[in-house]
Write a protein that binds this ligand. Structure first.
Ligand code: ZN
Ligand code: ZN
Length: 123
């Protein structure tokens, strides 16, 4: 498993790879405008800090239930069920460093890694 305390590996080469489910800690918090969720953590591919914003109403991100989960509300299926929306997403590296050989049309500026998270902290 990746070492979350390792420095950002700027020199690794861009590669699109699914790393599966990682157990490093990711934090979810509402965006300042309250209309989305920001998931933040350390990329398991390059160890860079990555943050991805999910907007309400985006297909695939069950943001309505997610928002109530982030606010600590107990409506609906409960925190575990709401958190599942983020746990089901594939998260892509957005460390902001254009790794070597990154295609110019890459959607996310990073190392190309994608992963799912085993858990999301709300702290
Ligand atoms: Zn990365
Ligand atoms: Zn990186």
């Amino acid at each position: 498993m990746p070492d979350a305390t390792a420095p950002h590996a700027f020199d690794i080469v861009y590669a699109e790879q699914h790393l599966g489910t990682v157990t490093t800690r990711f934090t979810g918090r509402p965006t300042p405008d309250g209309r989305g969720v920001v998931l933040e953590g350390v990329c398991p591919g390059c160890q860079g800090r990555t943050r991805t914003e999910y907007r309400c109403g985006v297909p695939g991100a069950g943001t309505k239930g997610l928002m109530s989960w982030l606010k600590g509300e107990q409506a609906g299926p409960g925190p575990a069920g709401d958190a599942a929306a983020l746990l089901e997403e594939w998260h892509y590296c957005e460390c902001g460093h254009p790794h070597r050989l990154m295609p110019p049309d890459a959607v996310f500026v990073g190392c190309g890694a994608s992963w799912r998270v085993a858990a999301v902290d709300t702290a």
